[in-house]
Design a protein around this ligand. Sequence first.
Ligand code: PLP
Length: 346
Amino acid sequence: MSRSLEDVLESYPRISLTRLPTPLQALPSLSAELGPQMYIKRDDLTDLTLGGDKPRKLEYEVARAKAEGADTLVTCGSAQSNHARLTTAAARKVGMQCVVVLSRDQYQELQGNLLTVYLMGAQVHLVEAASHWDLEPYVQSVCQSLREQGKKPYVIPISGTTPHSCLGYVRCGLEIADQIAEQGISLDAIYAPFGTGGIFAALLLSLRERGITCPLIGISVNQKREVCYDRLEMWWMEIGRLLDRDPKRARGAFEVHDGFVGRGYGDPTEGCLDAIMLMARTEGILFDPVYSGKMMAGFLAHQAAGRWSAGQHILLLHSGGVPALFAYAGVLGTHLQKRGVDIGDR
Ligand SMILES: Cc1ncc(COP(=O)(O)O)c(C=O)c1O
């Protein structure tokens, strides 16, 4: 008989970076508008510097960095990287330095996440790169020069996704299972954004472990479906290995959709902007244009195609990312006008 997930999780060092659990809330106004009973898991409300998915992931990686005697966290991402914000915040909370390598792009205005990174005093390297997914060589050269200065860098990869950091989302899946049991909810589907796939793979594993069998539906924010499935496979094996779970165990129903990316990562598609407006106007909850807005656009497209109906229960994972909204003020303003909102002369 294998040890319980809770027991195995306890054997991995973790430094608390946020208050948990995050709330799992009903969305009555959105439900009234759409038909199905809608719920949301508020991981935007983790309480490290404007919240999001990263604190759960970083709790494990920061513990590993500390155990290695590191004094500087080093990571990379896009100019509006949530991960850069929260890695800097985590470093500050535990008394470490932070260096972030960010790719220049059209959202590099001193706004949102980038502003917070500077405020918290990270050393920022804004570099020209074809894509923020290709920053590894810059990260390595930053580490080299930190070592030459006598520092002890610890690299956290893009999006903060590692086998150990995924344990944070295994815990999230267990939290969801407890919360829906307490609230007497039987879910028909769970929607989550899919980036590197760390969140998705970890949720899939822990939800299945707790006997929650509804489809887990991922909305890709950048990659084609085949790439997402490869990533899922990789994380599934890695997390299973850490948790002493048979990699061949049943995964149940899951899907990843790649039709909502638009022209690429961070592209604010019409569907995404409409989804952000709908959520804001019904529930006063802000989504972001890169992750949660795309997830909601995916859900709304399925809803419009008749997949979901009254009487069904759907959970949305809000993984955060809201500070990036402010870097998209221009495109959001234009979209509001297009939808007939008078925002005055600008
Ligand atoms: C707000 C937000 N949601 C979701 C994700 C994607 O998570 P994953 O890479 O584990 O799929 C990210 C990754 O950067 C993120 O910042």
